[in-house]
Design a protein around this ligand. Structure first.
Ligand SMILES: [Zn+2]
Length: 154
């Protein structure tokens, strides 16, 4: 069992917005598994901005975060799908700490990217924290974000 005090501390440590840690498990040979759940019962539709309470589906999956010492850390997150009553269409909630369809937190990408720039994809992947595919994805995302910050020449 993870105590209430520990849960509160973990949530603060991870600086998560919109979710809280509900449990922590240590799996031999795998690492630490933190289960996180949303704190609100509603989400805002990306199409029309309407608040929705109507839960359509739970979508739980694992993402990786920064390791704690030698231990890899995984979060089991729940990216819920809501049904918008105005658009009549389902939409998935967004979190600002993980990209859509990404298997790692933005914090982890921010740690890996400088390592890749200082060496190469294969040597970073060999450390076992992320795969070469994930690193390529991180690089693509980073170059996309940079292209949005290019100064506009009049
Ligand atoms: Zn809508």
């Amino acid at each position: 069992m993870t105590s209430k005090k520990e849960i509160k501390l973990l949530t603060e440590l991870l600086e998560l917005s919109g979710v809280k840690v509900v449990s922590r498990h240590q799996h031999k040979g795998i690492g630490i598994l933190l289960q996180v759940e949303p704190v609100t019962k509603e989400s805002i539709c990306h199409r029309c901005g309407e608040k929705s309470h109507k839960l359509h589906q739970n979508h739980r999956y694992l993402i990786k975060d920064l390791p704690w010492g030698e231990s890899p850390v995984f979060w089991e997150i729940n990216r819920r799908q809501f049904k918008c009553k105005k658009c009549k269409k389902p939409f998935s909630e967004n979190f600002d700490w993980v990209g859509k369809r990404r298997t790692y937190t933005k914090k982890l990408a921010n740690k890996i990217l400088p390592e890749v720039l200082g060496s190469d994809i294969n040597s970073v992947a060999k450390k076992g924290l992320v795969t070469t595919e994930e690193i390529e994805r991180m690089l693509k995302d980073a170059s996309f974000e940079l292209s949005n910050f290019k100064p506009v020449v009049p």
